[in-house]
Design a protein around this ligand. Structure first.
Ligand code: SAH
Length: 439
């Protein structure tokens, strides 16, 4: 019987999809974050469920050969990274295993193996986007990251996954707040264009008018001439997203390039956070899609039209569907920017619009879908099946929902004919997968 709040010595046998090490105490499964396969560790159980327990690492008794120096002062506190203490080649293996296990266990694809996994040499400063919450701790204004599952802020100026300019931007905003007794700023969000080096700074405030706004602008601009736009996001609802965006200075959008196509990106629009790996991912999507000048394509969950417009350059026509209105505005702008005239975009939820679009247009040769973590839904997937599309290319950031949805498509006659895994998020447990299905 495994007891709560008790110390045990455990041998770690593998690493699960959330990055926790997995071992056994008298045959009972225990998950231990920040451990590596082969470690012998002293742990303390914190939560004992019917079929498994969670425990905290107290001491590494014998380290695994896969361990490396995590090389980050807040590792294990901020929760952003889960695999920093494991050498990179092994991280890739863990991600490949996570996808294969999900496909086998949740999708029922018994002998599923991933065809290729694409890693990267750039394992730091690969992120183009970051959000830092701002708040009060002990009467002081601080900025950093939330502690996992809490609203306590761990002060941090420089995350090694992100651009080093962030530290100075944080300093500039915090100094402005202190000097002007401002308490209304809730977060700082930056997005950098890897193509141009320019950066957009979005400051979320609960009020529209900040004292000495010009001083704030001056201080942030003084950080670097790479700052291309400063936007005030007025959000008094307490929700992490939404609110009105007011451009205080400079550009209201940022532009970046992927697969020789230029994109403008609004503050609220989704854009993949690792452009270098995203290009490799998109090229695989296009290869799997086998598009030529007679092909009609539907890109569901299209964001600002990144995949749609890369596909449109080769296809007869493309339809893009996306729920965020501003992202669709961006997609239409992006089509114009690249002289693309064979792409149509719809701002609506997939489940509401895809069945009707397929009913009316009928002809779709290729469907590409890239849903959020919760995956697609039965209405959308049923419509895809009805369309009779010859190929479906499914891009996923969550192996569990991918396995569920691919199973649904395969139960209606599709067959898996290709798979590729891409590491867009080194040091974290996140992974992107592309599956090719044919009818
Ligand atoms: N393919 C794009 C975006 C992928 S992220 C790219 O590579 O950049 C997933 C996108 O799905 C987000 O833009 C999100 O806003 C959108 N989304 C979420 N739920 C949706 C729904 N129910 N219907 C349509 N789009 C949705």
């Amino acid at each position: 019987m495994v007891e709560k709040n008790t110390e045990y010595t455990v041998k770690i046998e593998s690493v699960s999809s959330d990055g926790s090490g997995v071992g056994h105490i008298d045959g009972f499964t225990v998950f231990v974050p920040y451990t590596a396969e082969g470690d012998i560790v002293l742990v303390k159980t914190e939560d004992v469920q019917k079929r498994f327990a969670r425990a905290r690492l107290l001491e590494v008794v014998t380290p695994s050969a896969d361990r490396q120096d995590a090389d980050c002062p807040t590792y294990g506190q901020c929760g952003g990274c889960q695999l920093r203490h494991i050498r990179y080649e092994k991280q890739l293996e863990i991600k490949q295993c996570a996808v294969e296990n999900a496909m086998r266990r949740l999708g029922g694809f018994k002998d599923f193996t991933v065809d290729t996994i694409t890693g990267t040499k750039r394992t730091s400063r690969y992120r183009n986007k970051v959000t830092f919450p701002v708040g009060q701790t002990g009467g002081e204004t601080v900025c950093g990251f939330y502690k996992p599952k809490s609203h306590d802020i761990i002060p941090l100026r420089d995350c090694v996954l992100c651009d080093s300019l962030n530290a100075q931007i944080i300093d500039a905003v915090l100094n402005y707040m202190r000097d002007n007794c401002v308490h209304a700023i809730r977060r700082i969000f930056t997005r950098k264009s890897f193509a141009t080096g320019k950066m957009m700074v979005v400051i979320t405030s609960t009020v529209r008018s900040l004292p000495k706004e010009s001083s704030l602008i001056k201080r942030v601009r003084a950080v670097s001439d790479k700052v291309a736009g400063i936007i005030l996001n007025v959000n008094n609802k307490g929700a992490p997203f939404g609110g009105e965006n007011v451009t205080l200075w400079g550009k209201s959008v940022i532009s970046d390039t992927l697969c020789d196509t230029e994109f403008i990106i609004s503050p609220d629009s989704f854009f993949q956070i690792n452009p270098e790996q995203t290009e490799k991912l998109y090229r695989k999507v296009l290869q799997f899609a086998e598009i030529d000048e007679d092909t009609t394509v539907m890109d569901i969950y299209c964001g600002i039209g990144t995949i749609s417009l890369c596909a449109a350059k080769k296809a007869k026509s493309v339809i893009g569907v996306e729920i965020v209105k501003q992202a669709i505005e961006d997609a239409k702008e992006n089509a114009k920017l690249n002289g693309i005239t064979n792409a149509e975009f719809y701002a609506e939820s997939a489940e509401n619009i895809v069945p009707g679009l397929i009913e009316n247009k009928k002809m779709v040769d290729v469907v590409i879908l890239d849903p959020p973590r919760k995956g697609s839904d039965k209405k959308t997937l049923t419509a895809i099946i009805k369309s009779g599309a010859k190929r479906v290319v499914y891009v996923s950031c969550n192996p569990a929902t991918l396995a569920r949805d691919v199973k649904f498509l395969c139960d209606s006659g599709y067959k898996i004919s290709g798979s590729a895994v891409f590491d867009l998020f080194p040091h974290t447990c996140h992974v992107e997968t592309v599956i090719k299905l044919e009818n």
